[in-house]
Design a protein around this ligand. Sequence first.
Ligand code: ADP
Ligand code: MG
Length: 406
Amino acid sequence: MNSNIHIMDGVQSLRDVDVAGKRVLIRVDFNVPMDSHNNISDDRRIRMALPTINYCIDHNACSITLVSHFGRPKNGYEEKYSLRHIVKRLERLLHRNVEFIEDFSASRDEIATCSLERVFLLENIRFEAGEKTNSSELSERLASICDIYVNDAFGTSHRQHASTFGITKFIDTKVAGFLMIKEIEAFSKALEEPVRPIALVIGGAKISSKITLLTSVLQKIDKLIIGGAMSNTFLKALGYDMQNSLYEDDFVDTAKEIIEQTRQQGVKLYLPVDVVITDSIDHPIDIKVVPSQDILEGFGAVDIGPATVKLFSEAISLCNTIIWNGPMGIYEVDKFSRGTFKIANTIADSYAYTIVGGGDTADAVDKAREAENFSFISTGGGASLELLEGKILPGFENLNRKDRES
Ligand code: ADP
Ligand code: MG
């Protein structure tokens, strides 16, 4: 049914190639959530990459170079986005020394010269101007330090960047890492032959990047449940006065179109009927629960209210496949976390096949102590939505196929 997944199912994995004595470059996704003191608040993405890295170590790869992005640096180096902050944790998890490469250009020759069993971590690849522009120069430079390219960065596999896409033009042996394979298998189960009804629960703050995806997702789902700042844009589209709530004016029309499309396509749409509002996010004094139509002047919606939790929970409980991406409120703040945690509990308690995508959503599920109770926690938010949309992820597009010579 969803041929996109089917196509990705056929990629070669690390197990299909011999890494002994080879220089391996692994594109990992170490874009972990971090607090303002540079503490890693959830190291799931690092832990999920360990099987691939350990496999290369155990099978005597001659060098392993880990490449990742971290955050969204605007214009070159920014201390807070340095991957230096994760080196210690990575070393601890790998039980071995990792050499941090601050200046890739300067160290290129040293890395390219095969040296027995060293593990390198390049500085945030997005500090290189060529990463996001998918420059051939950077792609080629990355390719020049390895014999085998392994893409294990599911979370970035929907991007056509130099380290996720461009590099494949310059290298013959290119395969998927174990995390990539695991992710695709989990989504195959949800998308190829889902046990219906299937619900998409969506929220969070990345409204502009997620809202346009919804149009094509509608063909695949039975229920669309929207919370978080995402729902503020939809409530605005219904004509409600959202006051100081976070929403995106530019996407109110898109929200209107999606509401109309859900009607046409028979997808059941659920929006918050009540919200938690506050006078201030950082220093809240006045917090209230109000119907979505009654947001007070000067207040903003920061969580779904109890009536909405009940509504969403009833809708969710009737589903057999549930995909969740995006928190229902500002879950990082205790007082605004209740809606998100309750929805985490409901989804975890259901008997459905349950998948979570998105860095913050996965973190919220962890904080709700429900991580064990989900069928699968994906390391990709945008990537998983694009899968749902029916796209072939660029990160898979050029990898070697099982039925093809590499
Ligand atoms: P994910 O990382 O799971 O894909 P997003 O990055 O899209 O999710 O969104 C997570 C962020 O959305 C969180 O930082 C959370 O505080 C924020 N958020 C959720 N609801 C609201 C809201 N009503 N107002 C402001 N921010 C919100
Ligand atoms: Mg996020």
